[in-house]
Design a protein around this ligand. Structure first.
Ligand SMILES: NC(=O)C1=CN([C@@H]2O[C@H](COP(=O)(O)OP(=O)(O)OC[C@H]3O[C@@H](n4cnc5c(N)ncnc54)[C@H](O)[C@@H]3O)[C@@H](O)[C@H]2O)C=CC1
Length: 508
């Protein structure tokens, strides 16, 4: 009997905070959810807002990873032979279904991830837009014709890589699965995706949607698990490329393992990005930018501008306004429309963030607001991983909170005097994912953008990442790009064909 898609099951349809229990298998290959034979290594996955068990994660071992990759490979053989127009048609249908089911997918994402519904809806909108964008590009993929002497010529073909593995982080589960699969599929590849073990639920919904849209069985597969399953993907000889989103230490391991098989790698890693606010800025916009650059997804965003450099003359006004607005952020049930901050991903992650705040105080920072565990009034949320968003003043460049990626709602504010000084301090980090500058001086804005060592620089805004704009890191924040036209280069390879129209001129 055909499986009923997850989103149509009654428990998914009526899901609200504290009610969803997922019993259906979350691994997916060969066009269907797969129940693993051996569930002995299964681990509970908790709902961040309640601390309740949401599902049990059954990790894939060698045999299952191999099955998923074989299934991807057979789909690749068919999919790669389709024209770009044919691939686009399937992708556009997938985008349409996602758009139609946007609120349902967003609700499940909230329950699994803990972010607020308003953010999850934006993430799902990003997802269908990304698939639409790459569907539009699929028919345009083409090579070049190069005229040679004597009527001979060469041409290039932009060809897919084969089976691409995607490994995702927990903070944008559905969106990351799409950011990797949309360009990969547009170029003619097949994908095996491993979500974070903390957020296993929505990737399989994406798999079901691709199938419903007409993708061949095996084109997009999901293998669940943690480091071990990820390792199996990186080592598998039939995987042509690994696209990884996660922390720097794991990214290094992924690169090392992939190097053994000379696999292509894209690394979307962490950051400790600078946001520079000059005294000639529009202060209200700068404050809004600092909040958007620090508190989305409970601060668990790779490109967050967590080192906020403020020119000394406007520091008092900036702090007053930023603290007032931070205190007004409503923390609570992420499925409530009014909530603006939900729960952190896990209890250990919450403890880690609170420890960063404690250490910051010990090193001399001043907590202007927040930085404490938060227990909402609603009894069902008592076991959730909530904390109050935090602003730290009196920060110095050598403090731990300024140097390390906290991955929680903690903003460190630092004074500066001159442009030259702030650029030097902003760049004094091994990371280079993003950066931002607020100023009304147009020449200064572009000069600062040029001199910041980061893959993205936002001028007079922060954390704006539309699908058509490339995104990725400098330095230890990784390499390769996601989003935008350039990403097709990371999911395809160029074949050169040389055609002789005359006789072979042999030296022998
Ligand atoms: N640059 C970007 O686009 C983004 C970067 N990130 C970064 O991700 C990090 C937070 O995400 P986490 O999920 O905590 O990262 P993580 O590095 O702990 O895990 C990421 C993924 O790697 C897998 N993994 C762990 N060990 C592995 C191994 N040895 N081999 C293969 N796979 C392995 C995990 O199971 C998970 O799926 C932060 O540093 C954040 O900045 C997050 C989102 C976007």
């Amino acid at each position: 009997m055909a499986q009923q898609p997850l989103l149509e099951l009654p428990e998914f349809k009526n899901a609200s905070t504290g009610t969803l229990v997922v019993k259906e298998p979350l691994n997916y290959w060969g066009g269907a959810r797969v129940q693993l034979k051996d569930a002995k290594n299964s681990e509970p996955v908790y709902e961040p807002a309640t601390g309740r068990v949401l599902c049990n994660l059954v990790p894939c071992g060698q045999e299952e990873v191999d099955q998923a990759i074989q299934s991807a490979h057979s789909a690749y053989l068919k999919w790669s032979k389709l024209s770009g127009m044919e691939r686009a048609r399937v992708m556009l249908e997938a985008a349409r279904i996602i758009r139609e089911r946007r609120d349902d997918i967003a609700r499940v994402e909230v329950i699994n991830n803990g972010k607020t519904i308003i953010e999850a809806q934006a993430d799902i909108d990003f997802a269908w837009q990304s698939i639409e964008f790459y569907a539009g590009i699929a028919p345009t993929l083409a090579g070049q014709h190069i005229q040679l002497p004597g009527g001979s010529f060469a041409y290039t073909r932009r060809e897919p890589l084969g089976v691409c593995a995607g490994i995702g982080a927990f903070n944008y589960p559905f969106q990351i699965a799409v950011c990797k699969s949309a360009p990969a599929l547009a170029c003619g590849n097949a994908v095996v995706f491993k979500p974070s073990p903390f957020t296993p639920v929505t990737a399989v919904i994406l798999a079901e949607i691709y199938k419903q849209a007409g993708a061949p069985d095996g084109l997009f597969n999901v293998v669940q698990g943690g480091a071990e399953t990820g390792t199996l993907l990186c080592h598998h000889p039939m995987v042509a490329k690994v696209s990884f989103t996660g922390s720097v230490p794991t990214g290094k391991k992924v690169m090392e393992m992939s190097a053994k098989g000379v696999k292509q790698v894209t690394l979307e890693l962490g950051g400790k990005s600078p946001l520079i606010i000059f005294k000639d800025c529009d202060l209200e916009n700068a404050v809004k930018g600092a909040l958007m650059g620090n508190f989305l997804t409970q601060g668990q965003v790779c490109c967050n501008g967590t080192r906020v450099f403020v020119q000394r003359e406007i520091m008092p006004q900036f702090l007053e306004e930023v603290v007032k607005r931070t205190k007004a952020i409503s923390v609570g049930d992420p499925l409530q429309a009014g909530a603006r901050m939900g729960a952190l991903i896990t209890r250990p992650q919450l403890d880690k963030v609170l420890e960063y705040v404690r250490k910051a105080k010990e090193q001399g920072a001043k907590v202007l607001c927040g930085g404490e565990p938060f227990v909402p009034d609603d009894p069902k949320l008592k076991g959730g991983n909530f904390m109050s968003p935090c602003v730290l003043d009196n920060c110095k460049d050598d403090m731990t909170c300024v140097k390390e990626e906290i991955f929680g709602p903690v903003m460190s504010v630092l004074p500066f005097d001159t442009e030259e000084e702030v650029l030097q301090r902003a760049n004094n980090t091994t990371y280079g994912l993003a950066s931002g500058v607020f100023t009304r001086d147009i020449a200064r804005a572009h000069r600062v953008a040029e001199n910041l060592q980061a893959g993205t620089c936002y001028i007079n805004n922060y954390n704006v990442s539309p699908v058509e704009v490339p995104f990725g890191g400098y330095k230890m924040s990784g390499f390769g790009r996601e989003n935008g036209l350039v990403t097709v280069e990371y999911y395809s390879q160029l074949k050169t064909v040389v055609v002789e129209m005359g006789n072979v001129e042999s030296l022998f």
